[in-house]
Design a protein around this ligand. Sequence first.
Ligand code: CTP
Length: 418
Amino acid sequence: MTGADPLASKRVVLGVTGGIAAYKAVELCRRLVDAGAHVSPVMTEDATRFVGEVTFSALASEPVRRSLWGGPEPIPHTRLGQNADVVVVAPATARFIGCYAHGISDDLLTATVLATRAPVVVCPAMHTEMWEHGAVQDNLALLRRRGVVVVPPAQGRLAGGDTGVGRLAEVDDIVRSVRAVLGGPDAAGDLSGVKVVVSAGGTREPIDPVRFITNRSSGKQGHALADAAARRGARVVLVTTTERPVAAGVDVVRVDTAAEMEQAVLSAAADAGVVVMAAAVADFRAKAPATSKLSKADGVPDLVLEPTPDILAELGRRRRPGQVLVGFAAETDEVEDRARAKLGAKGVDLVVANDVAAPGAGFDHDTNAVTILGAGGGSTRVGLTSKEAVADAVLDAVAECLSAGPEGPDERGARRAR
Ligand code: CTP
């Protein structure tokens, strides 16, 4: 990292809630202090069952607080909230997330996050079943909509000995997110200063003014990619067909049809460093959509279809030197073979092979499993995990392509294969 550390001299409230990952908050506290931040730990009662207050007192520059009552200040939450440059909650339990989303402030930490105007970074950690529960996901969506930064949990061994999504994100990733929040999008992150265009959702091709042809895409994976790219410092333009919430700082262009998406993507891509086509673009549209509603009384309509423009292939033709292009291949059969064929056919650097028939993967799930295929023959398998974690894996591969330089996909691919 160049220049001053955005954490230097910043006042960080570190909220620690009651989960087994509370012990990792000790390392996080140390890292924040080492970076020059003034860290005020706020522990919930349950957190103290996992880690002792003394551990944080020994590391942090400010006293540990646990309660709204009995301390030296009469209203500690207002002072903590008003003075903070950033509030980081790690680990954040399902209960904390629920309280925060619904404005329930029954302890010092929940009162502090409601009392602050500073950015808040929430790092959930819980069992996979809880993480995937609709209540938790809806609460997080609500928080994201309000501008809260969520650092998604990773896949790995959980407290009960089983494996799944829900493990607290790596301390490195949390620190990186906090730096990005404090320093603005260009201050940190491996995509700092890179313009990233992401497309998301399924296009809608009109048949008449009330009917359209579409597909099952929910836009979740594309939105997760846009959010992750923004978190990693990129300037993000998201061209989407859905109304899903997006992270602060992402420029959103809402479109409906493949033609609208083509225009928006090609225009945004002209000066972009990276384009990720996660959208499920309809392959066919009605050749002559009716201008008035078709009536059943007129009999079965003769629906003549024509191909839509292949946006990704066009991007491949217009590619700027050094621009990284990523396609998705949503398949149900011979997934990797078909995906690999698209690498060459569309002239892209990476294709994310997505078996949309696999359990827990693909359309509308909060989880996904993919194989990221590179032009040079390399591949990275990402087992069933959150769409946020898949997004980060795709962006890891993108960052690798960017650092390989502007020699184009063939040479770049060949170099990676060597
Ligand atoms: N794509 C695109 N424009 C289209 C169709 C697809 O840009 N008209 C992009 C998608 O966003 C995705 C990639 O191309 O990144 C692969 O899409 P997919 O539908 O799987 O492949 P197709 O080329 O349409 O071929 P097929 O449907 O026959 O597999």
